[in-house]
Design a protein around this ligand. Structure first.
Ligand code: NAD
Length: 471
């Protein structure tokens, strides 16, 4: 250990976890479930009101959205683990080739060891605790690093962590960039990071120094396609809900719309109507609409809007900003120039640019000129169009005639592709991400290799020839 490693403020915490890793790892699946049940009680009862209040203070998140998007997904992860952990942790038998006659083989899912989970601010509970459920289910010890940008939530998370876990199982570290930089110097066995693509690259670079495996849940520009056969009213209701939940600060929110030019006017009219229906004439007073997390992000969004307008974009509705309240009105833009920054960067706010296409090839080309997205949504009643769109694009997840909700089915892997993420989370996929898949083979009777031990001769060459041909 060199001097800088000894001075690392988190070395002691890391060592405490490292020392207890095998004790924690060797608990039965029932003991792991007991821990998860305690976490469930903390979320459902003990801290439910604290969670709602903290998120309201952080960015005026409506209680219903907190229950739906922060508490429910973690509880449903726990419920699935309660049902499935026995089989996930059991022996996963696989076949053994004839050439290895006399042996049996299986995969042992064992915990990776000391893990680091780093979360963003936009769903601070869900995105710190859901991976924690997978990590604990898999038998790991964990350092948690919530985001500094949702400080009220981070405080409650610390209370929950201390209430549920012993300090030799899970330790929560508060802080921002400098603290995370120190943590990243430690030789974790796995890092699970959720956040922006830019920071994801930093995490991967730092992890590479210790050859630590990573799961990166990142962002990107998720397209939504509405073809001429779609049910416009139903599609737009889902799109407005998906875009305005959390004031658009959702990694899988529809980022931009690609609408068939035949239905453009109908879609825009319906967008205006639905925004009013959901959030009233003045969404600033609506209880169902959150605020932007801080001044910096509001200014970022304002700049994106100004840049689009300076290049000729039309505001179809919205556009108002109240800096005192970190408020931005749900905003729909049309006539957006291809070179506008809003079509290059992830928007992560309540602005929806509407682009048009006349052929599916054109829509596919627009999607494929960008990085591979985290999600893609298709609204269509034409199976041929759906197949063409799916077969000619690559994305982490896709909903057909809906959006966001694939996140809530934990039987599906969740994650991105390349710049939108590496690795998958949720359910068994999350458990797998936090597990070392140990290859196990047991020899029961004499080994076939005995037939070819040196010194080699013609007979042994024949044995290998037979093996090459038949087994
Ligand atoms: P962020 O990348 O700025 O921060 C995420 C975490 O990294 C925070 O805990 C922060 O303290 C830490 N961090 C920030 N800069 C760092 C640095 N230079 N070095 C080390 N650590 C650093 O992301 P954010 O603003 O909190 O969240 C928004 C982003 O997260 C969006 O891009 C969104 O798409 C993405 N996101 C992805 C998912 C997903 O599941 N794929 C979910 C939510 C958010």
């Amino acid at each position: 250990m060199n001097q800088t490693e000894e001075q690392n403020p988190y070395r002691e915490a890391f060592n405490t976890l490292k020392e207890s890793q095998f004790k924690v790892a060797n608990r039965t699946y029932k003991q792991r479930i007991q821990k998860l049940k305690k976490l469930r009680v903390a979320l459902e009862h003990t801290f439910k009101n604290d969670i709602r209040q903290a998120l309201y203070e952080d960015f005026k998140k409506p209680f219903l959205e907190t229950d739906l998007s922060e508490i429910y997904p973690v509880i449903s992860e726990i419920k699935l683990a309660q049902r499935e952990l026995k089989s996930w942790t059991g022996k996963h038998s696989v076949s053994t080739p004839w050439a290895l006659f006399g042996a049996t083989s299986w995969i042992k899912y064992e915990p990776k060891g000391v893990c680091l989970i780093i979360a963003p601010w936009n769903f601070p509970f869900n995105l710190l605790l859901s991976p924690l459920v997978s990590a604990v289910a898999a038998g790991n010890v964990v350092i948690l690093k919530p985001s500094e940008m949702a400080p009220h939530s981070a405080k409650v998370l610390d209370k929950i962590s201390k209430y549920v876990f012993e300090p030799n199982e899970v330790i929560l570290v508060q802080g921002g960039i400098p603290e995370t930089e120190e943590l990243l110097k430690l030789p974790f066995n796995h890092i699970f990071f959720t956040g922006s693509t830019a920071v994801g690259k930093i995490i991967m670079r730092e992890a590479a120094k210790n050859l630590t495996s990573v799961t990166l849940e990142l962002g990107g520009k998720s397209p939504t396609i509405v073809d001429a056969s779609a049910n416009i009213e139903a599609a737009v209701q889902k799109i407005v809900f998906g875009k305005c939940l959390n004031a658009g600060q959702t990694c899988i929110a529809p980022d931009y719309l690609l609408v068939h030019d035949k239905v453009k006017d109908r879609v825009i009219d319906q967008l205006k109507k639905t925004i009013k229906q959901f959030y009233s004439e003045n969404p600033e007073t609506a209880v169902s609409f959150s605020r932007i997390v801080n001044q910096k992000h509001l200014e970022r969004l304002e700049k994106l809007l100004q840049n689009a307008l300076s290049l000729g974009a039309t505001v179809e509705c919205g556009g108002l900003i109240n800096k005192q309240q970190n408020y931005m009105e749900p905003t729909v833009l049309s006539d957006v120039a291809p070179q506008a920054n809003i079509l290059k960067e992830e928007i992560f706010g309540p602005i929806l640019p509407v682009l048009t296409f006349s052929t599916l090839e054109e829509a596919i080309a627009i999607i494929n000129t960008r990085e591979r997205p985290l999600a893609m949504y298709i609204y269509s009643k034409t199976p041929k169009n759906i197949t063409q769109l799916v077969n000619n694009t690559r994305t982490g997840g896709t909903c057909i005639n809906n959006n966001l909700v694939h996140f809530l089915n934990h039987q599906l892997p969740f994650g991105g592709v390349n710049s939108s993420g590496i690795g998958k989370s949720h359910g068994f996929f999350g458990f797998e991400e936090f597990s070392n898949k140990r290859a196990m083979l047991k020899q029961h009777i004499w080994a076939t290799t005995k037939l070819i031990y040196p010194p080699y001769n013609k007979f042994k060459q024949k044995v290998v020839d037979v093996m090459l041909k038949w087994f």
